[in-house]
Ligand binder design. Structure first.
Ligand code: NDP
Length: 517
């Protein structure tokens, strides 16, 4: 695997950065691969000033002009796929395949999608009203860029979940400042290089590297904040945004349940459970975090999953593509959380059919782990583990499965398995989650037309679909009364007995014709 370039201590306007530096570690090997500046509030304010100066020209490109730049960037991502993948791998420790399928492929798709659909989702909308008071008038809704959008992202998917929301924000005509996780800033810096090469004007897209304080400073400067990360930090972000009365959109944690009904295709269900719990070392907000299986098929399902998980190869991705299925844990403290959840479950009576321990030697790893004899007294079933673990619980029937699936403060994603797709859909509709798949998991995220967002403590707002770009725009309603209008409408001053009676008759005509049954 190629090594990444060093990122010298520079702010993006090219001036030397004299402040503190953040080392970026390769979690697969514990080697430091680069350092980036830890920007303070003054540096962020300076970036914001420059972004605001640059934004009107970008807005003036119009949808077609911006689409041309975004399509160039789509090609740039594919032309530079190897370089982007090795940068992602070097700072996350994930496998090449995880970087390719869940990040490069998302980037390629998203640049094309927003280039094509931004204009359509943000086009003026003609509205018709049934209210006689506005009869004959032209009503429309229009969307305008908000100005400067702040995007704050997590470490698990530096391209998809950190940089990804910048694409619709830019497509809408905004300037964007991205604050990536301090753990994984290199991918964002590389993509900034790409955007600049592809024609995004200077200062329209900037990366504010730094820690939590840099993110907090960013919220103070922008017109809207798009946050992806933990529920704990999400609350702080929402509070800070509320103090400024700016909108915030929050994509937060999850504890996604899978429900396996007795008539499911067990081989497919076991493959989905294995892949979507262990892929990216389980560090995916919508990974399968817990499974409920109807009693008659429980033993067979568990045996299949345990065998599949036992067969997974884990280790450093440095051996190149095809060498390991499960890579490192990106954020070292996450290994402690995973270990705590597993030990808590084992202490309360659970059994690990495979795995159960942190990895030895250099780098940060936790063994792919399958837990059984689990219940809702255990953290592994109730708190976000965000690691390569899969607890599986036996349930009497679909009702118990739905009750337990909904027994969570989270409501991000979920999945249901049944050969009877109508029944699968019926069960899916009863799960309180923002996105539910039948006979699949996670793959809904690749359909950029489908809104994705959490219920309950998993977030506020959605990404993807029309809502995924309209949130980056202000909405303006326009009402136009035609030139040949009455000089005085019925309800204007002065009030007269006759006018008031006529208005009463009109209200009865409009709202009083129904029956009171
Ligand atoms: P965190 O909440 O710890 O951090 C997210 C980002 O917020 C980081 O860039 C962090 O900076 C920054 N930050 C920290 N404190 C503040 C603050 N006070 N104000 C502003 N920004 C701040 O999340 P993780 O990075 O640990 O990511 C993992 C979490 O993200 C999981 O819970 C996962 O489920 C969730 N997630 C949700 C997704 C979704 O779509 N719903 C998708 C992907 C992940 P720094 O890292 O430098 O401290």
């Amino acid at each position: 695997m190629a090594t990444v370039e060093q990122h010298p201590a520079q702010t993006q306007n090219g001036a030397a950065h004299a402040g503190p530096e953040i080392p970026v570690e390769n979690p697969a090997t514990a080697a430091i691969v680069a350092t980036v500046p830890d920007l303070d509030a003054a540096a962020v304010a300076d970036m914001a000033r420059r972004a605001r100066a640059a934004q009107p020209a970008w807005a003036a490109y119009g949808f077609d002009g911006r689409a041309r730049v975004l399509l160039r960037m789509q090609k740039w991502v594919m032309d530079n796929a190897e370089r982007i993948a090795s940068t992602i791998v070097s700072e996350t420790g994930k496998t090449y395949e995880d970087a390719q399928l869940a990040e490069i492929s998302y980037g390629g798709a998203a640049f094309g999608f927003w280039a094509k659909h931004a204009g359509e989702y943000l086009a003026d909308e003609r509205v018709r009203s049934g209210n006689l008071l506005v009869k004959g008038k032209k009503l429309l809704v229009r969307y305008e860029p908000r100005g400067l959008i702040g995007v704050i992202g997590p470490w698990n998917y530096p391209l998809t979940n950190s940089f990804g929301d910048c694409i619709p924000a830019l497509a809408a005509g905004n300037a964007v400042i991205l604050k990536p996780s301090e753990v994984t800033p290199l991918t964002s810096l590389l993509l900034a290089e790409g955007l600049s090469e592809c024609g995004v004007p200077a200062d329209v897209f900037q990366v504010a590297t730094g820690r939590g304080a840099t993110g907090a400073a960013l919220i103070e400067e922008v017109d809207m904040i798009m946050f992806t990360g933990s529920t704990r930090t999400g609350r702080k972000v929402a509070e800070a945004a509320a103090r400024r009365l700016i909108p915030s959109s929050l994509e937060l944690g999850g504890k996604d349940p899978m429900i396996v009904l007795a008539d499911a295709d067990l081989e497919r269900a076991a493959n989905v459970a294995t892949y979507y719990s262990m892929q990216n070392s389980g560090q995916t907000c919508i990974s399968v975090e817990r499974v409920y299986v109807e009693a008659p098929v429980y033993d067979e399902f568990v045996a299949k999953v345990a065998a599949k998980v036992r067969a997974l190869r884990q280790g450093s991705p440095d051996g190149g593509p095809g060498t390991v299925e499960v890579g490192a844990m990106t954020f070292p403290p996450q290994v402690d959380i995973v270990e705590d959840h597993v030990n808590d479950a084992l202490a309360k009576g659970a059994r690990a059919l495979t795995g159960g321990h942190r990895g030895q030697g250099g780098g940060h790893y936790f063994e792919p782990t399958v837990l059984v004899d689990v219940d809702h007294t255990m953290k592994a079933m109730t708190e976000e583990t965000f690691g390569p673990t899969l607890p599986i619980m036996k349930v009497a029937d679909a009702d118990e499965a739905v009750r337990l699936a909904n027994d969570s403060p989270y409501g991000l994603g979920a999945s249901v398995f049944s050969r009877d797709t109508a029944r699968g859909e019926e069960v899916a509709r009863r799960v309180d989650a923002g996105a539910v798949c039948v006979n699949d998991a996670i793959i809904n995220y690749t359909a950029l037309e489908l809104p994705m967002g959490g219920h309950k403590e998993s977030g506020l707002g959605t990404r993807h679909g029309a809502g995924g770009i309209r949130k980056f725009a202000t909405q303006q309603s326009i009402l136009i009364t035609p030139r040949l209008a009455l000089k005085r409408e019925l309800h204007y001053f002065p009030y007269t007995r006759r006018g008031t009676k006529r208005l009463g008759r009109m209200l009865k005509l409009m709202y009083g014709r129904g029956k009171r049954d």
